[in-house]
Design a protein around this ligand. Structure first.
Ligand SMILES: Cc1cc2nc3c(=O)[nH]c(=O)nc-3n(C[C@H](O)[C@H](O)[C@H](O)COP(=O)(O)OP(=O)(O)OC[C@H]3O[C@@H](n4cnc5c(N)ncnc54)[C@H](O)[C@@H]3O)c2cc1C
Length: 385
């Protein structure tokens, strides 16, 4: 793989895979994806929950999420292969006092070309009878929401990029970004040097330390996050994906009838160490809390866990755009929400890199916003998001 390339993409998680496919479609087919492990890598993607939702609390995020959902919906046509998408519906549960905010955000989803409606608690329980939702909760419902299989989606994107000529190389850690005369000239790997005029860093939790080597400071931190799976007897095939802002939790069904749900963890910060396993007490505390919404969880033991590192930025939104020496481009910091956005981001990033014209959709996400103190703020927030 060493030699000269159109571009090097560092990292074969879902973001690197989506950028690779985007670049291939825009004609940069002599690119290579360098992955230190085996794709889809040892980062967030390989452990992710894959919940797909359009409901967000800032307009720029809604625009990206709607574009991302469209990719999953039309995967066979836009990518080819299978992303493991399941259209279970997605429900955003918020306290009644946020109905105005919810209504604004649902309207923004619809205006961006997505689909979302306001339901009351009773409507939601009629659709999904295993849920227990009190009347003082308002619901934003998305029929196209649900979940994807992040591993399958990533491998599908890499395969599609491969059909157009892009190589993916496993076991190829990038030790250093190479710079000369103010521009990127390539990367140094365990197998030697790859020269390229464009290097796209999609290295998840490892990204900030990699670019620090060429003097770029991104104030983002790796964070350990996790989900657990309960073997669920009731609710088979009838549950939506959901975020419950009142409980501070989220869940989505598993294809075999189980249920994945979020578990808050001690963050840790070193992605080079395998993240510590989740404790039974941590998983059980989240399971008990969520049983208020899904009573079947009371008697459903936790049977599996997933823990991984993602890169979190100060405003929990990604950092996307050129940084430092000419030719270096950052696409990282997805802060626990990258699966739903990645396919759309990959296309937009590839268009920017190959045409040189800036995408207005990506304008809010420039890495320079942190130093400038222009963090993205939620326009119509709820209690926790
Ligand atoms: C438990 C959990 C649940 C989640 N749930 C959801 C969800 O429901 N919905 C959602 O949208 N998102 C969710 N996420 C977040 C989502 O998975 C991430 O935002 C997304 O996968 C980030 O993708 P990435 O490609 O940026 O990073 P990663 O998947 O971490 O990929 C980065 C890759 O770069 C490689 N790499 C790093 N440094 C180098 C180097 N120097 N040389 C070569 N390779 C290198 C790594 O090995 C890694 O494979 C969840 C994440 C976790 C961990």
């Amino acid at each position: 793989v060493t030699g000269s390339r159109d571009a090097v993409i560092v990292g074969a998680g879902i973001v690197g895979a989506a950028v690779a496919y985007g670049l291939a479609r825009f004609g940069a087919s002599a690119a290579v994806v360098a992955e230190q492990a085996l794709p889809p890598g040892r980062g967030a993607t390989s452990r992710s929950g894959g919940v797909l939702r359009q409901n967000h609390t800032a307009a720029c995020d809604i625009e990206l999420a709607v574009r991302g959902t469209r990719y999953y919906h039309d995967w066979a046509e836009l990518v080819g292969g299978d992303s493991g998408y399941r259209r279970t519906g997605f429900a955003m549960l918020v306290a009644e006092k946020y109905t105005d905010h919810l209504t604004h955000n649902l309207a923004a989803v619809n205006a961006a070309g997505g689909a979302a409606v306001l339901l009351d608690a009773k409507d939601l329980v009629e659709r999904h009878p295993d849920l227990q939702v009190p009347p003082e909760i308002a619901v934003g419902y998305e029929p196209d929401g649900g979940y994807a299989d992040p591993v399958r989606a990533t491998l599908s994107l890499l395969a599609a990029a491969g059909r157009l000529g892009v190589d993916t190389a496993e076991g190829l850690p990038v030790a250093e970004l190479l710079v000369s005369g103010g521009r990127v000239t390539g990367v140094r790997t365990n197998l030697g040097t790859i020269s390229a005029e464009v290097v796209v860093v999609c290295a998840g939790a490892w990204s900030a330390s990699l670019v620090r080597g060429v003097g770029v400071d991104v104030p983002a931190q790796p964070r350990r996050i996790g989900i657990a799976r309960a073997g669920l007897a009731a609710g088979r095939g009838t549950l939506p994906a959901a975020i419950d802002d009142t409980l501070g939790s989220y869940f989505r069904p598993a294809p075999d009838g189980g249920l994945y749900f979020g578990v808050p963890l001690d963050p840790e910060v070193d992605p080079d160490r395998e993240p510590a396993a989740m404790l039974a007490a941590e998983a059980d505390a989240s399971r008990s809390r969520l049983a208020a919404r899904l009573p079947a969880l009371e008697t459903s033991p936790v049977v599996a866990t997933r823990v991984g590192f993602d890169l979190y930025t100060p405003d929990k939104r990604p950092a996307i755009g050129p940084v430092g020496p000419e030719g270096l481009y950052l696409c990282t910091g997805f802060s626990g929400g990258g699966v739903k956005l990645a396919p759309a981001v990959g296309e937009l990033v590839a268009a920017e890199i190959t045409t040189g014209s800036e995408s207005p959709v990506l304008a809010s996400y420039r890495p320079q916003r942190f130093a400038a103190g222009q963090l993205i703020e939620s326009e119509f927030p709820y209690d926790r998001i």
